[in-house]
Ligand binder design. Structure first.
Ligand code: PLP
Length: 403
């Protein structure tokens, strides 16, 4: 490896909730002595940041003035080349717009797609951020559950989605591509079938592609807007560096919208607050990250995540009877289903979650993601910590069959 994915960072006092969540996040942080915390919940990485990002920001900080500015050609060129080289997409400068966070961008798009705050279609289990922003903005959330097929792969249930579109008169849907928390990287055919269904009923889509750079070995990301002409003209695509390079603390994201009318309307919505302005440090983080060195780092991080996920998947399926999980195809999240385990051992979810945390494994309750008996685990930590976490879960947390 050219880059460092091994160093174990102590982020205490370093502006991070990962190892030090406040009570608000619902994680009991009382851990036993001798079991240092391993952060495996919130969606940021516990790796040393990509040097191309830190160097670009440091370089800009060396110039001692931070006045008003306009995004530079280098900024747009970085995004255009990244989309071309990594996703095979040709994007023009005017099709790219700043959003101060993917969730804010999503709300600006929904304000255009359903100005009456009508019902919005999503799949479940559901990323908790979607649930929160839809609730605070008073949109009705219509959930169509994903179903596991005979191979244990999460699939959309198009019949159910169609029924709900008809029943609720749905005009807008949120597509999570790739899918947090289940780790699906939707195939072109799946996305095409979904967009054909949306076309039949005039449903527009916000495609959250924040995870699109973190694709595990053997899988390929398909941008939703590429699957048909309808998709191109009726999708607002949201991108960021928050997941790829773990830059949530620097804040920023961007949309790509090909349809001019839709784009103008979304840009107008997102301008109303007058808050939606880019930071110069974010701009330089983008220029650094979306460079050839950033691409090399991204290739390596995908390799590391593939190995971490494989280790975790093999461990869970061979050591924890009654816990089922789909092997993620993208993202660094695993969504464990502990239903059978809880039934067999008479354990309730609160006890199981608390036990993990007691032994320093900071994992996340899956119930707020609409997953009964589920736990979300983040595998973007150095491999030594992945091994340590699963060793502790095996020794102290999950009961053995013969105990
Ligand atoms: C699917 C998805 N969208 C959006 C976000 C939040 O992105 P941002 O912090 O850039 O708003 C996350 C963070 O985990 C996410 O998983």
């Amino acid at each position: 490896m050219r880059f460092d994915f091994e160093t174990v960072l102590d982020r205490t006092g370093k502006d991070s909730i990962a190892a030090n969540p406040s009570e608000w996040y619902g994680i009991n942080v009382e851990t036993r002595e001798g079991f240092p915390r391993i952060p495996m919940w919130v969606a940021d990485m516990d790796f040393v940041c990509c040097p191309a990002v830190t160097n670009a920001v440091a370089e800009r900080l060396r110039y001692p003035n931070f006045g008003y500015f306009e995004p530079s050609d280098a900024y747009y060129d970085a995004i255009i080349s990244w989309q071309r080289n990594r996703h095979g997409i040709e994007v023009k400068r005017e099709e790219i717009g700043y959003e101060g966070g993917v969730l804010g961008g999503l709300i600006s798009a929904l304000r255009v797609m359903c100005p009456d705050r009508g019902p919005v279609l999503l799949n479940s289990p559901t990323y908790i951020g979607f649930t929160n922003v839809l609730k605070t903005n008073e949109y009705q959330m219509i959930l169509s559950p994903l179903k596991k097929d005979s191979q244990g792969i999460w699939r959309m249930d198009l019949e159910d989605m169609e029924k709900k579109i008809q029943q609720y008169g749905i005009r807008a849907a949120i597509v999570c591509n790739p899918y947090n928390p289940c780790g699906r990287v939707w195939t072109r055919q799946e996305l095409k079938d979904m967009m054909d269904l949306f076309e039949k009923y005039g449903v527009q889509a916000v495609s959250d592609e924040i995870w699109s750079d973190l694709i595990l070995k053997g899988h390929t990301h398909t941008p939703t807007h590429t699957v048909s002409e309808y998709a191109r003209m009726h999708t607002v695509s949201e991108y960021a560096l928050s997941k790829t390079f773990s830059l949530a603390g620097i804040v920023g994201s961007y949309h790509v919208i090909f349809n001019k009318e839709l784009r103008d309307a979304v840009v107008k919505q997102s301008s109303y607050s007058h808050y939606n302005e880019m930071s110069v440090l974010w701009m330089h983080a983008v220029i650094g990250g979306l460079s050839s060195e950033g691409a090399a780092w991204t290739d390596e991080v995908c390799q590391v995540l593939t190995e971490n996920i494989s280790y975790a998947y093999d461990f869970i399926t061979s050591h924890f009877p009654g816990v089922s999980v789909m092997k993620p195809e993208g993202t660094y999240m695993m969504f464990l289903d502990c239903t059978e385990y809880c039934d067999r051992t008479g354990t309730d979810m609160d006890t199981l979650l608390r036990k993990g945390v007691e032994y320093g494994v900071l994992w996340q309750d899956g119930r707020p993601f609409h997953g009964d008996h589920s736990i979300r685990m983040n595998l973007a930590v150095p491999f030594s910590l992945v091994k340590e976490a699963f060793d502790r879960l095996d020794r102290y947390v999950f009961e053995k069959e013969d105990r």
